[in-house]
Design a binder for this molecule. Structure first.
Ligand code: ASP
Length: 428
């Protein structure tokens, strides 16, 4: 049986067992599922362990073998523009749906206050984390590392990407004998990272089971009812952005058949969904982009780590809906100007959000503050916290799909052949 099918079985079994324990209120089973959750966490750690060596090695090899440094600038420019445009489109879609569906208007004030008080304590914790978050100016400045080893130790991907690209570009200018030695070294590290990913992935079906089962078992199903319209608005937005906007881009900008594209990246989406982390999924995203979509190392090693850090279409869309929901539920209308502000701040906030679980909830605070909802931040976060994990899982899958579509687009515009049939035989 293919690994991919096994992961799917893990997902289905985890959902079924978690749901059974939750609906039937079987406390023993619920506790057991919570106890097995560390299996999932161990797996996330194992795969995250590969991120730093993989990103550094593949970026060094990728940039060093580009040959022409102008190509690097061109790829960088196109990537950033693609990421910004698609994120802004996602925010606009989120706003449009919220204006049509009005998710905050049907919730009565009593339910609202009950929800807000239930998660008050947890929301305060999030506020404290957010208070320590750097401003956009600092995020940009922090992209230049003082010490690349420190950046790696702190799992700061942006400064590490910055350093690796500069260093890789410098390697490309070395005389052949020196360049060859360095590139061979990093190729070895890159190859070994891929081998480790292959090993770790064998555990994926069990990890996916453990992660999903514990989330579903603990999920407050009663909350779903009051936050149903809000959740549906977010989910509909994510689905439209992924299966319409991104699919169209895959078709017309990257020249790939969207059905083939989605089939090949499906395991990556499931993985992102189960872990709620673009960063933890990155090793799989990179290996699958190369083996299944045939995207070169030069393109994937640059576009995908950057995407995992700065490109979050799903997160930005969710933030747009969340801001509108909070404004509507408190009866504060948001003018067109305020909504344009949301487009700008949510797009920019996605740069600051790390590719880890719940990061989008923290940067949502910036977006709320930008439209004058500063005094509703704590209560607003408390309101939506109960369904956040599930929505986080979905938005992470959307974020990763966006990264991969960009990589395909860049590869195509750089003249790479992305013929799926040829690739299938190459991957086999
Ligand atoms: N979990 C998301 C990601 O890793 C970020 C977020 O929306 O919280 O892409």
């Amino acid at each position: 049986m293919q690994l991919y099918t096994k992961i799917l079985i893990g997902l289905a079994a985890g959902t079924a067992v978690g749901l059974a324990a939750n609906v039937a209120g079987i406390e023993g089973l619920k506790n057991l599922l919570v106890e097995v959750e560390p299996v999932g966490t161990a797996f996330i750690r194992l795969i995250t362990m590969i991120v730093i060596p993989l990103v550094v090695a593949s970026l060094m090899v990728g940039t060093a073998s580009l040959g022409d440094l102008r190509k690097l600038g061109r790829i960088g420019g196109k990537t950033v523009v693609y990421y910004f445009v698609t994120t802004a489109l996602a925010v606009c879609l989120g706003l449009l749906l919220s204006n049509i569906i009005q998710p905050g208007n049907g919730v009565d004030p009593a339910t609202r206050d009950q929800l807000a008080s239930r998660y008050e304590g947890e929301a305060q914790g999030r506020m404290q984390i957010a208070a320590g978050a750097p401003s956009l100016k600092d995020v940009l400045l922090n992209m230049i590392p003082r010490n690349p080893v420190q950046a790696a130790a702190d799992f700061e991907l942006l400064p590490l990407i910055f350093f690796s690209v500069i260093f890789g570009a410098a390697i490309s200018l070395l005389p052949q004998d020196q360049r060859g030695a360095v590139v061979t070294f990093f190729e070895g590290i890159n190859g070994a990272s891929m081998v480790v990913i292959g090993w770790v992935m064998k555990l994926a079906p069990y990890a996916v089971f453990a992660l999903i089962a514990s989330v579903v078992a603990q999920f407050g199903l009663d909350l779903l009812q009051s936050l149903l319209v809000y959740s549906i608005t977010v989910i509909a937005g994510l689905a439209i952005h992924t299966f319409v906007t991104t699919a169209l881009l895959v078709r017309f900008a990257a020249g790939l058949n969207p059905v083939v594209f989605f089939k090949r990246i499906f395991p990556v989406q499931i993985f992102g969904f189960s872990t709620s982390s673009s960063s933890a999924t990155l090793p799989l995203t990179m290996s699958r982009a190369q083996s299944e979509l045939g995207i070169s190392k030069e393109v994937s090693s640059f576009v995908l780590p950057l995407g995992a850090t700065i490109n979050m279409d799903g997160t930005a869309l969710y933030q747009a809906v969340a801001v509108m929901f909070i404004a509507q539920i408190y009866g504060i209308p948001l003018s067109l100007t305020a909504q344009i502000t949301v487009v700008i701040t949510a797009t920019l906030a996605s740069i600051g959000a790390a590719g880890v679980p719940s990061a989008g909830l923290i940067t949502l605070i910036i977006v709320l503050q930008s439209v004058g909802l500063g005094d509703k931040v704590e209560a607003g976060i408390a309101l939506i916290l109960g369904v956040d994990r599930i929505l986080d899982m979905l938005r992470t899958a959307t974020n990763i799909t966006g990264d991969l579509s960009c990589a395909a687009f860049i590869a195509r515009t750089e003249g790479e052949a992305l013929d799926p049939t040829v690739l299938a035989s190459r991957a086999a």
